[in-house]
Design a protein around this ligand. Structure first.
Ligand code: HEC
Length: 150
């Protein structure tokens, strides 16, 4: 085989062997970006609203304030009936409740300005954070619960 043909063939191979890893890197970067953009933090709106309306009492990590503010993190009270949180947010709560074995009796003020959609986003964020794993609630679930608050 003449030298220039071998050279061109080699060149082709070298080009191809460079191109494949390059494509792989591009594909991996794109899928990694897609993952961080959507898959990792699907409850961003709820998280933002939580920080504004709830975190100053229940703390950014949902642990509450010992003896005064009940936790939302791994809360048995919340997890038993997550949709009931809709009425708590809309109307507040003045009760003596037991959360994870501790009694709380400070009242929580109503937050009436939050829309049904905002409440849904907040509950879904809490339900998928800090050890909670409650079923996803739709806007219709929350709307129905809000209509039936007493
Ligand atoms: C001003 C402080 C304060 C703010 C702000 C506040 N809470 Fe509360 N929350 C409390 C207190 C105190 C209780 C206990 C009420 C009782 O014992 O009657 C409570 C109880 C709860 C409970 C039931 C108990 C539990 O831990 O599972 C849920 C759910 C809840 N809050 C969610 C929220 C959400 C969501 C927000 C934001 C939209 C919010 N709270 C904002 C103080 C607050």
């Amino acid at each position: 085989m003449p030298a220039f043909v071998t050279g061109r063939l080699l060149g082709k191979f070298r080009g191809a062997s460079l191109r494949i890893p390059l494509l792989l890197v591009v594909a991996l970067t794109v899928s990694a970006l897609a993952f961080t953009g959507s898959g990792c933090r699907p409850y961003k709106k709820g998280e933002a609203l939580y920080k504004i309306h709830c975190a100053n009492c229940h703390m950014p990590d949902g642990t509450g304030l010992e003896g005064n503010i009940p936790p939302l993190a791994s809360s048995d009270y919340f997890s038993k009936n997550p949709v009931a949180a809709a009425c708590i947010i809309r109307n507040g709560l003045q009760d003596t409740i037991r959360v994870n074995g501790r009694v709380y009796s400070q009242p929580m003020a109503a937050i009436p300005k939050l829309s049904e959609l905002e409440i849904t986003n907040i509950i879904n964020y809490i339900g998928h954070s800090w050890g909670n794993r409650t079923p996803y609630l739709s806007l219709a679930n929350v709307r129905k619960a809000l209509e039936e608050c007493n």
